[in-house]
Design a protein. Sequence first.
Length: 535
Amino acid sequence: MKKENALWWQKGIIYQIYPRSFMDSSGNGVGDLAGVRQRLDYIESLGVEAIWFSPINPSPMKDFGYDVSDYVDVHELYGGMPAFQALLDDAHRRGLKVVIDLVPNHSSDQHAWFQESRSSRDNPKRDWYIWRDPAPDGGPPNNWLSFFGGPAWTFDAHTGQYYLHQFVPEQPELNYRNPAVRQAMLDVMDFWMKLGVDGFRVDVIWLMMKDPDLRDNPLNPEWDGVNPHSKFIHQYTANLPEVHDLIQDMRGVLDRYPERMMVGEIYLPNQELMKYYGNDDECHLPFNFQLIHYPWNAQAYRRAVDQYEADLPAGAWPNWVLGNHDQHRFATRLGVENARTAQMMLLTLRGTPTCYYGDELGMTDGHIPPEFVQDPPAVKQPEIAHIVGRDPERTPMQWNAGPNAGFSPAGVQTWLPVNDNHATVNVEDESKDPKSFLNFFKALAHLRRSEDALCVGSYQSVDAGDDDIFAYLRRAEDGTTFLVVLNFSSRIITLDLGEIARTAEIAVSTDMVSSGTVKLGALIMAEHQGLLLRL
Ligand code: NOJ
């Protein structure tokens, strides 16, 4: 393929913005859309193709926007619909695409649909949510658990039944076995398509159907005893075969419009994940999260990438993720010394990379003092908050070394504390430093954009002769080839890659210093170094 023939979501980088944390233009300590708009020059300068916004809909914020109380409006806190429209227009004028989060599995308990549903057992919307009688002992109808701790059922004394929620109790789950619910959500999608958004990231798409008989989930024999939610295999609450039919209906809405895209949030092994491509009639991109779960090991990464490439159905487009608002930042998980190598990998593998705001600076997890902890799974389960809590990766974007990192005006209490390392890890200072993480990111992103080989070319891993090295070739149709060599270790390693070519030119090095021609027969890789070489 040539990049002229590729679709925008195939060739470009998706940049994820967590709206509460990107830029606070109103001075209330929480980010907003006018703030994002002020920073469009910056976003454009990164060389990304699209922005994905975590939910912007009206929400009581029990799960910081993933509890939607109106699917066809924008939260006043973020500036409402006028602010979104202005941002969308501005972004489009600059050639940036805009993807929004769609959270169809559950609404807020404050949504008018749920208010009606809970009002009486014979309300016409009763069946829009999943209600069941108590078990004979008065307890929940079955053993299903919430991802955030405790049972997935809450008793509603007013009508004497339990309703289902796999996250906080204020996120009741919609019943997609009811055709009216299905149609209502398809209409929501159509509303945003008509407004001109370029796509959806669909929240927990693989959970949208549940067993109609509410069978108990079986015990997980491999449970490590840490997170109670993993005590069961989610056989009857996740990845039900019927979900594919629903997703095809959702895709049908997008296909009525040109070049729209749907990326689904799905945590599943390859064999199951691949089914979410359908016959090119389901997700354009089922999120591929697997690298998030591997320890930093070159051979494990190589095997994972090779296997994923081999498992992809014909014509399906790959994608890669190292970070998002639910995962500890990769610079923390993998170690800051490995962060550049990891970033180089993410931006040079074949397929669409998703980059989480601030990762382009090398941002790390913030320290959250106990009085600031607000993420529901951490609040509910303090004993495992360090594992399940997501506040650390949601701290404010670091724009400069000044008060509040330039995110909010000085003196304002930001909703989560600003990371102390904003003194050095910030946009302003990194922009001036030719060797910074930010300029490294930009060098990779811009080269990726201009080179068919990196943007849409083929992938082939290479036996580099050392277990700490992951190396691969990216080749364009016209033969232009890049070799990526990543040193996962703190050893200096000399490689003999002379069979590939005699010499190569350094296009980008993680140190942002090395340049010129190297001899592949005796290629010296410094500790934690990554090299992007033009053959
Ligand atoms: C997945 C989202 O990414 C996460 O942030 C949220 O808490 C749950 N879905 C519930 O919507």
